[in-house]
Write a protein of this length. Structure first.
Length: 253
């Protein structure tokens, strides 16, 4: 068999990607590696100054890039953002649903219902909003890839992550698997990345202060970005449901 024939099935049709939560941490790292691989990227976050910087860095490697400010929990804002992205960059072939948050008071006896609603609105509804907005264009193209950044807490409930975060990420994971069940005939695939502890700003929300010696042992955003790019680089005939990546040294909450 001619190995060059494998290239016909590689998912690289339009190389336009959206990354949510792209102002820092995992989202920032994913946007940078996508740009380095020749993807035009839309960096979405609420902190426009930081995504402006990210878009500027992306343009320096020779791709088109947009900085987009958007509340992922606001469906109209998401739809407007996706329309603008498609107009400026072209049809979206890759969506990285990364935007997420956690809260300090995570135990059920401390959890405020308003905090539950806010967390679910960003982590789960925000993921659905962007998915819902890009799916029609992907169906029209006959291909697309959606990567949801979930968590190890999506696989096993975590007291350290908290009830709300664990529940939201389990749902984010389930959503991706349902995309695969329903959209494969349209050439659309979905994958989930389930990181363990990553040294990002979200660690500042832990109920106790995380020591630098602990942060040094955690994953880095670049580690997760490499896992994302492994999925992005797979041929269209291949779908990975889940990738779990964790620190080699177990983290003790």
């Amino acid at each position: 068999m001619d190995c060059n024939s494998l290239d016909e099935n590689i998912f690289q049709a339009n190389k336009v990607a959206i990354v949510t939560g792209a102002s820092s941490g995992i989202g920032k790292a994913v946007a940078e590696v996508l740009a380095s691989e020749g993807f035009d990227v839309a960096l979405v976050a609420r902190r426009i100054d930081l995504v402006n910087e990210g878009a500027k860095r992306a343009r320096q490697v020779g791709v088109n890039a947009l900085a987009v400010t958007c509340d992922v929990s606001d469906r109209r804002s998401v739809d407007d953002a996706c329309k603008g992205i498609a107009t400026e960059l072209g049809p979206v072939g890759v969506l990285i649903n990364n935007a997420g948050l956690n809260i300090p008071n995570r135990r059920l006896d401390q959890l405020d219902p308003e905090d539950w609603d806010k967390l679910m609105a960003v982590n789960l509804t925000g993921t659905y909003n962007f998915t819902h907005s890009v799916l029609p264009g992907m169906r029209k193209m006959g291909e697309g890839l959606i990567v949801n950044i979930a968590s190890g807490a999506a696989l096993q409930a975590s007291a350290a992550a908290g009830a709300a975060y664990s529940a939201s990420k389990a749902a984010v994971r389930s959503l991706a698997h349902n995309i695969n069940l329903e959209e494969w005939e349209n050439g659309i695939r979905a994958s989930v990345i389930n990181p363990g502890e990553v040294a990002t700003e979200i660690m500042d929300q832990r109920p106790r202060v995380i020591r630098q010696s602990e942060l040094d042992l955690m994953l880095r955003p670049d580690d997760v970005a490499r896992a994302v790019m492994f999925v992005v680089g797979l041929p269209k005939r291949a779908t990975i449901g889940d990738i779990s990546i964790r620190p080699t040294v177990p983290f003790v909450p």
